[in-house]
Design a protein around this ligand. Sequence first.
Ligand code: AHG
Ligand code: MN
Ligand code: MN
Length: 325
Amino acid sequence: MTGAWHASLSKMLAQRVSDPDLVQLLDAIASACWSIARAVRTSALDDNQGSTDTVNVQGEAQKPLDILANDLFMQALDPCSRVAAALSEEVEEVTWLKSPQKGDFIVSFDPLDGSSNIDVDLSVGTIFSISTIVADNDQEVLQKGRNLLVAGYAIYGPSTVFVLTLGDFVDGFTLDLEADEFLLTYPDMRIPFEASEFAINVSRQRHWPQPVSQYVADCISGPDGPRGKAFNMRWTASLVADFHRILTRGGVFLYPVDEENEAEGGKLRLMYEAIPMAFITEAAGGAATDGIDSILDLQPTASHQRVGVVLGSSDEVQRIAAAHI
Ligand code: AHG
Ligand code: MN
Ligand code: MN
């Protein structure tokens, strides 16, 4: 039995988005995510696990699926005639698809997030955002998160869920293989204000800045500690998976700038990971900071720039930000 009573993504886009070129682009991205979901599901059968011998601009060994997911996403953009530029985590330079005119789309994406999880069959995803060229012939692609039109991601987990926001509602659509469609299953997702769950890679504790060490120490000291309650900790090493849990049931995600990664500016990528997730977070009623400033207010200066990230339930994020000042 299929969920035929759920609205389809295509129908919702046609109803809610007035620009037909944006509808086409979002349909194309959703279908790219569907193709990537298939490739993820069959990676062992297709001999697409392990690593390649290529290294991306971030200095990380590429997985076969990092490259395949990038190719599938780029192919999907091809027929979308208003896409001027594509920025991918896996590609060093900006890819120009046309000469830029005011209002053309800039698409930034992480084709496969959490790719270290592929070979161990844990959730991975695709993250994307869309902004616009501000003037004819303007080649500026590094737009502030505040100016995004759209952000979203797909999570390839027990089911494939496509999460999307145009800055108002955050809606989640489950891929229905029988109906051949993404169907609205999680309308108007809201991050609970308060939380008792945090996500951080604790193996980096010796490198953390003091406010982060203090925050985690307070959380794990339980009902007798300063927080007066027990906290739980989860870490999937896939931002999409950790974020999807927080969007669903609350919590806070931290990947701070620390002593070891500070020369690079942090670990997560501003354009491909931090900005899209921050945009979704704020649309869902949460908050996102680099420790000092709101991530959406940061002016990117390079396409592969890294940044410290704290995002999730606004009460927890405010608490951590206040400790940094
Ligand atoms: P990617 O697979 O796109 O390179 O991203 C991995 C990122 C992010 O998804 C995750 O939160 C983090 O790196 C995991 O870092 P650790 O390996 O330090 O846990
Ligand atoms: Mn990633
Ligand atoms: Mn990636």
